[in-house]
Ligand binder design. Structure first.
Ligand code: ADE
Length: 229
């Protein structure tokens, strides 16, 4: 079973377009679509926005649906200047920028028995590089910072970029990463840029959510093609 996940309906709609023949079931307030893609079982769902909902959905995909791999598709805000709207970034590692117990002398993003950065699966990254090369699609790799905030502020953006050396920002990736890492399930987080986390971010996000979601979903499905071959 391969799990394909997004946070918002717009992020999984293009994926469901590839699956076509699926049935749905509801668990803990989310709808999970299961079906076969080219003969292989897949489960598709959007979690709702944020770390808690996305951790819940990732857990259900692993524990209930027995996902052996989880691929996340969606949009992100750019922190790095060389990421433009529509560009693709694959997470090499992910962190929680809003996790803060620095009052106890710990670094930002760290809690005891956790880690600041969770590494994405190397084999899935290799598959992503192969897809990018074969289809001649530029794919960046970097650090994705996750938190329960939509960032639309140059000062906050700069703080997160500097503190975590992060390239892109979103609201689910690190939560999904923590869950998959804990269960030992290989995961891959892909994002297409929808905005630059600046003053225009709200406007840009709404304008580019659909088109960037499609760019990300198409790439993810090319990866699935390779995984199942
Ligand atoms: N997802 C897409 N753009 C974002 C932003 N600016 N902040 C947080 N999550 C996002």
């Amino acid at each position: 079973m391969i799990a394909l996940m997004g946070a918002m309906p717009e992020e999984i709609e293009p994926i469901l377009g590839y699956i076509k023949d699926y049935s749905s079931s509801e668990i803990a307030g989310n709808i999970y679509y299961t079906g076969k893609y080219k003969g292989v079982e897949v489960v598709v769902a959007y979690s709702k926005i944020g770390k808690v909902y996305s951790a819940l959905t990732a857990s259900v995909m692993v524990q209930h649906f027995k996902a052996k791999k989880l691929l996340f598709s969606g949009v992100a805000g750019a922190l790095s200047d060389d990421l433009k709207i529509g560009d693709l970034i694959a997470a090499r590692k992910l962190c929680q920028h809003d996790l803060d117990i620095t009052a106890f002398g710990h670094p930002y993003g760290y809690v005891p028995e956790g880690k600041i950065y969770v590494d994405a699966d190397e084999e899935l990254l290799i598959i992503a590089r192969e897809v990018a090369k074969e289809k001649n699609i530029p794919l960046k790799e970097g650090i994705i910072a996750t938190g329960d905030q939509f960032i639309a502020d140059p000062a906050k953006k700069e703080w997160i970029r500097k503190t975590f050396n992060a390239d892109a920002i979103e609201m689910e990736g690190a939560a999904v990463a923590v869950v998959c890492d804990a269960f030992g399930v290989p995961f891959f987080i892909l994002r297409s840029i929808s905005d630059a986390a600046d003053m225009d971010a709200g406007f840009d996000f709404e304008k580019f959510l659909k088109s960037s979601s499609k760019i990300s979903a198409d790439f993810i499905m090319s990866m699935v093609d390779k995984i199942i071959r």
